[in-house]
Design a protein around this ligand. Sequence first.
Ligand code: GLN
Length: 487
Amino acid sequence: MADELIFKPVAELAKLLDARKLSAVELTQAVVARTKAVDGQVRAFNSFDEADALAQAAVSDARRAAGQGRGPLEGIPIGLKDVISVAGQPLTASSKMLANFVSPYDATVTEKLRNAGAICWGRLNLDEFAMGSSTENSAFGATRNPWDLTRVPGGSSGGSAAALAAGEAIATLGSDTGGSIRQPAALCGVVGLKPTYGLVSRYGLIAFASSLDQIGPFARTVEDAAILLGAIVGHDERDSTSFKTDIPDYRAELTRRKGPWRIGIPKEYFGAGLDPEVAAAVEKAIAFYKSQGCEIKEVSLPHTEYGVGVYYIIATAECSSNLSRYDGIRYGHRAKTAKDVVDLYFQSRAEGFGAEVKRRIILGTYVLSSGYYDAYYLRAQKVRTLIRQDFLKAYREVDVLLTPTSPTPAFKAGEKADPLAMYLCDVYTIGVNLAGLPGISVPCGFSSGGLPIGLQLIGQPFHEAELLAIAHVYEQAHDWKSQHPKL
Ligand code: GLN
């Protein structure tokens, strides 16, 4: 029973909970037991608070018993990436810098999950400060891919993806700056949605690159992703980039919108470096949409090749600024042996940050420095505009774009020791962030070695309802989600 429970989607669990065939406490106990049984191998969690989760579950059960249930997330344990504040719980960004930091308040998304009745469950591992594509950059040890423990789960939200795939949460939240939700979702065989920039409040999210960061859900099904998105969206005056827009009922729209859609295939996303098994799985998905009457059209996003370069200028520039607050005085680890104040800054940052974070701060400081600003940062911003225009031009002809999410299935831990090789993992996901668009990764098969493969659909700004509906049509006709890793 417990095994069946932990792999059920939110939508089904909600029915059991409503019918009183299951209590939130029982469900939470099952998730806790599973986590204790498998997390020694997967290492998706930085920390969890069993007593707190069970207490939240008991409150949820009481609410339901009193007829005050708050909807489909009532009593559902949801894991949060360890960059999203949960009042009273540790918040580390998987960095030594914040090893002892406790959140003084809830992030807006946390507050919204609580208001929807969900149980905030556990702090999920990531690449330090969300910088990476494998979760190997965590200061607290790497997360492993539940499908093959010698492989990475992707990153930076590797803990969020792996925990869900392994049955250690019913759904999770992550953040996506250059692919950190979609790529790990693809590598772990779950659904991951990066919403349009500005749709979900980032108040209470540890900032990496503020013009790119978005919070979004990981879920077992597209319907669950729609439920979660519905719970966390909305304008928030505490985030100045939060957008005022009408919020549709994403779940209801899933079946209301029927297509057929015009689907664009960007030719630049199918070139060298794409694993043939990934290409084949994605081709099959394209054939499926065609069989449903969708118009399939090749399109061009001519500035794609500049995406990785532009991203690693803009993201590092922004991170060098955002991370300046961790100086051992205002925030974070404080060196014990400093001689004076300047030395304290130096030593605290030298001891607190890991190698990748330092590399990015140095790179970001360089591209912003006088004399180099125009040549790098300013030029990158201009190319960013061209990249966005490529997408908007394509959307004059098509409703949505379809691509692979990641060029390869999960790679071996330790395989990409060269930072550049790691950066290239993000070729298909980065454009979406640079252009501020919504993107979703949906499982679309397995490699011959049994590793999950993901399909990416990229929507027009604020067209999440349509994006989810298009993904839902594919998911309804395929049953990849019934397979689970054997741990
Ligand atoms: N892998 C990319 C990076 O290292 C994206 C990370 C993210 O989306 N947070 O920056």
